[in-house]
Design a protein around this ligand. Structure first.
Ligand SMILES: Cc1cc2nc3c(=O)[nH]c(=O)nc-3n(C[C@H](O)[C@H](O)[C@H](O)COP(=O)(O)OP(=O)(O)OC[C@H]3O[C@@H](n4cnc5c(N)ncnc54)[C@H](O)[C@@H]3O)c2cc1C
Length: 454
């Protein structure tokens, strides 16, 4: 009998733990990641020979990061690890690939998608000025290259990354000019009981906030009317506090983002059914607590099917791998499956509270001026989207795409899609759910034509 081929996409916490469980059961998975080294977003590794030590890069998460990195070493030759390989399409039971040796394809019997998340962008005046980065982009510069995005940096947005990245920058010696949260302080207090479900994680969050306060950064909650100003480059961040008082923070770089969104395109191309999550305000591939999708032999783990954080991603990766083994007819440890299920339920309470404490600030969509660029790839403005949505009868996002080209550029809507959905819903006074989502299209990321690999 031939061995079943199990492919795992993503070598972050979810994919690594999934691969580990498969290896332990005697299955040799193929593990794809477009990154050169394992770790995913949170445990991203610097290149060989980098000057910063693990403790400086990962802080409290050092041991977890080292454990995830160590999984690959422990699996040795029992995993077929393919770094630097983009999975750019799923067609039934085949993956289309672009790796170090060029284009290729891989058949599979089981597929675990552990594709993670990226940040949610909400355009604001000046967001395309040189010097404006996402919070994650700022973090990647620091984690992988040990460089700062500027000399004096203002951080703005929402989500737990905001205090964390500010803290990481300050610790690395950068000058942090301000940490400005668009969500309210009262939301955090209201959802404190739910956050107590994970006391250690809550304590870390409080510690980052306290250390930022102790460093006396300008800080505020419920900020709005954000604007990056400068001629050829960021010179200041302007905002209003909750009393509508205007402030100007001189800086030469801004880190800004508004939470995370799941990377769902491969699940879409695999034919998975999607459901709307009102809390995350996004359409997500349906997944059972055991990690099964609506498509047999396709499994989902980690942030790629709903934001859960790194600890949840590890648990989900393990659980999805057990489901693969169960469906392949292998005996699995039912006690382990039960334990993982219990832990995931406990984590779910915490995640819901965290999402409520940092709700996506959709009210800021009304502050986006008509002349503001929403799609950087195609130069499409908010005004063009609003006009098309009202004058040309676009009740749904794919119709808006056909009319305006939003989501047709290099990013395939990964950057602009959610903002466009919010704008469309607002312009039509409709519910965000009713405007739908951009359909996934291959290639999920830009690839060179004619097989010419640089
Ligand atoms: C920019 C950013 C920074 C973050 N920083 C922190 C932090 O500091 N602290 C924290 O607690 N949480 C952070 N998070 C959240 C945290 O990273 C996630 O909760 C956690 O990493 C989820 O693990 P995962 O395995 O689901 O996904 P990830 O860790 O994101 O791993 C997904 C992997 O899949 C790969 N991949 C995706 N699509 C493809 C494809 N088509 N082909 C090949 N490979 C693919 C990616 O390269 C990546 O390595 C961050 C998230 C983002 C987006």
């Amino acid at each position: 009998m031939t061995e079943p081929i199990v492919a795992v996409v993503g070598a972050g916490p979810a994919g690594m733990r999934a691969a580990e469980v498969l290896v332990r059961a005697g299955v040799r998975p193929i593990l794809f990641d477009e990154a050169e080294q394992p770790g995913g977003q949170i445990y991203r590794q610097p290149p060989e020979g980098a000057a910063r030590r693990a403790r400086q890069i990962y802080g409290f998460e050092t041991r977890k990061a080292q454990a995830i990195h160590g999984v690959l070493r422990e699996m040795g030759n029992n995993v077929d690890y393919r770094p630097g390989t983009l999975v750019w399409n799923v067609l039934q039971d085949r993956l289309d690939l672009l790796g170090p040796r060029g284009y290729g394809a891989q058949q599979f019997d089981g597929l675990i998608l552990a594709t993670g998340a990226m940040e949610r962008i909400l355009p604001f005046p000046g967001w395309t000025l040189p010097g404006v980065f996402t919070l994650g982009g700022a973090q990647i510069a620091l984690k992988s290259q040990g460089v700062s995005i500027g000399r004096r940096i203002a951080f703005v947005g929402g989500g737990p990354l905001l205090p964390l990245v500010a803290h990481q920058y300050a610790k690395a010696g950068a000058e942090v000019a301000a940490v400005l949260d668009v969500t309210s302080f009262s939301a955090k207090i209201t959802h404190l009981p739910g956050l107590l479900a994970q006391p250690a994680t809550l304590a870390k969050g409080l510690w980052y906030a306290a250390s930022n306060r102790a460093r006396n950064f300008a800080g505020s909650f419920s900020v709005r009317a954000i604007r990056a100003v400068g001629r050829a480059q960021v010179e200041a961040l302007v905002y209003e506090d909750k009393s509508a008082k205007r402030h100007r923070i001189a800086c030469d770089a801004i880190g800004a983002s508004f939470g995370l969104r799941s990377e769902t395109q491969l699940a879409d191309l695999a034919g998975c059914r999607f459901v709307f999550d009102p809390l995350e305000r996004q359409w997500l591939p349906e997944r059972t607590p055991e990690g099964r999708s609506s498509v047999p032999h396709v499994y989902l783990a980690g942030d790629g099917a709903g934001i859960g954080g790194a600890d949840v991603a590890e648990l989900q990766g393990r659980r999805a791998a057990l489901s693969v083994l169960e469906d392949l007819g292998q005996r699995t440890n039912t006690g382990e499956a039960r334990r993982l299920g219990h832990k995931l339920v406990k984590q779910a309470h915490f995640r819901r509270a965290l999402e409520n404490a940092y709700p996506f600030p959709h009210h800021l969509v009304d502050e986006i001026h008509d002349e503001e660029i929403i799609c950087r790839c195609e130069g499409i403005t908010a005004g063009a989207l609003r006009e098309a949505s009202r004058q040309k009868e676009a009740p749904e996002l794919n119709r808006l795409k056909a009319l305006t080209r939003i989501g047709m550029g290099r990013c395939q809507g990964r950057v602009c899609g959610h903002a466009a959905a919010e704008l469309l819903a607002r312009a039509r006074h409709a519910d965000i759910k009713s405007v739908g989502r951009l359909r996934g299209q291959p290639p999920v990321k830009p690839i060179p034509v004619l097989g010419v690999v640089p």
